[in-house]
Write a protein that binds this ligand. Structure first.
Ligand code: HGY
Ligand code: MN
Ligand code: MN
Length: 395
């Protein structure tokens, strides 16, 4: 049987690793992340699963033979919420425990590493699904210049052989919605139809560092003014190609030398855009690239565009979705809906290798990637019950 209090106790125990106020600071390979993974490994062992870390730090709790894989990620954003990823990992563990106690079905558990992209984005599952090679991943550096190759040394002798994806019949990921839809509608469950795609690159404008008092405005080559002009022009131009579901974000900005009395000589920033259509992602990219070049030329700025990272949009498996629909109707009759995921997930990568589906529970106020992230306990338990029901485990 599913034990809701054991599930909630484990969820709060995981929260304690990197707990900061009401949120969590547990980036991939940080000390709290490794402590959390060791604790998770012990809980998987206690559940009778065979524990396996791979070279990326993905942590698997494996059932014998062919099994359904459930899970998510346990790393967090630099300042993250306590449920993003963690909910799916602990719910998977609880379903696996109940399945073993009931004599089946075979359920395995995974906590992927670096879904939150300290080193790019969904990195652990991208390497596991061969979307990228270990060498490509190892070369990626975080905003402090630490490479993944250096960071993952902390795994030490935990690393075992790779886990073969062929041992799994499919993957289901329970996750918080991270948006306002379910909470605003007073609904309990979201069944994901498709996950949007995204593209991201680092951009650098280079101008002329100079004195903020003696340099006339007309003579400046101010890199921050370049970013400001790019951002406002981009917002106008993208309107011609986007829909209300399209999003774009400049979330990370480094102004150099970042001093009040110095005209910025350089600005380095992240440019990320997301959409449910691969074609529209391409059209958004064309507008972004064109606008960058135009502003750099007009303002006499150097322009460097980094490599474009990204994931294509992906549809969820119809058979698993049907199982989730029956489960949602059983657990939360009339209080569920089908919906697109605007957030990215490991499920996108895993979908390359096996049938995949996702379900959401509400985020209070639609807040996520912030310390205020939270979900009502009754909704957390409902998500667990729908996951168990869809996995064929009695609740
Ligand atoms: O950015 C995302 O969508 C995910 O939460 N990392
Ligand atoms: Mn997540
Ligand atoms: Mn996230």
């Amino acid at each position: 049987m599913i034990d809701a209090s054991r599930f909630l106790a484990d969820l709060h125990q995981l929260r304690s690793f990197g707990a900061t106020g009401t949120g969590v600071v547990r980036p991939a390979f940080s000390p709290p992340d490794i402590l959390a993974r060791d604790w998770l490994a012990a809980r998987m062992q206690d559940a009778g699963l065979s524990v396996q870390f791979d070279a990326m730090g993905n942590l698997f709790g494996l059932a014998e033979g062919k099994s359904l894989l459930l899970g998510s990620h346990s790393d967090t954003q630099p300042t993250g919420g306590w449920l993003d990823g963690a909910l799916g990992v602990i719910a998977a563990l609880e379903v696996a425990r109940a399945a073993r106690a009931a004599g089946g079905p075979a359920i395995s558990v995974v906590s992927f590493q670096d879904e939150e992209g300290r080193f790019g984005g969904t990195t652990g599952s991208a390497v596991w699904t061969e979307m990228m090679t270990v060498a490509e991943a190892d070369a990626v550096a975080d905003t402090d210049g630490v490479t993944l190759a250096e960071a993952r040394q902390v795994l030490g002798d935990r690393v075992g052989p790779d886990v073969d994806p062929a041992r799994f019949t499919g993957f289901i990921e329970l996750h918080i919605e991270q948006g306002p839809t379910l909470d605003a509608a007073g609904e309990q469950i979201g069944l994901v139809t498709d996950i949007v795609g995204y593209r991201e690159m680092m951009v650098t404008f280079s101008g002329q560092q100079n004195h903020a008092g003696t340099t006339p405005m007309a003579l400046r080559r101010d890199a921050f003014q370049g970013l400001s002009a790019f951002n406002s022009r981009l917002n106008d131009r993208l309107r011609n190609v986007v829909t209300p579901q399209s999003v774009w974000t400049i979330g990370h900005v480094q102004v150099a030398p970042n001093a009040a009395s110095i005209v910025p000589g350089q600005v380095r920033f992240s440019m990320q855009w997301r959409d449910g259509s691969a074609d529209r992602l391409g059209r958004m990219e064309a507008v972004i690239t064109e606008t960058l070049a135009e502003v750099a030329a007009e303002m006499g700025l150097g322009l460097d565009q980094g490599a474009v990272l990204g994931l294509e949009p992906v549809a969820m498996d119809p058979t698993l979705r049907t199982r989730l629909e029956a489960a949602a109707e059983a657990v939360a009759p009339g209080r569920w809906r089908s919906m697109q995921s605007g957030a990215l997930h490991d499920a996108t990568n895993v979908a390359r290798l096996m049938p995949v589906a996702m379900l959401f529970v509400p985020s209070i106020g639609g807040i996520s990637h912030a310390f205020e992230e939270d979900t009502a306990e009754v909704d957390l338990v409902a998500g667990l019950q729908v996951l168990a029901h869809a996995a064929g485990v009695h609740t």
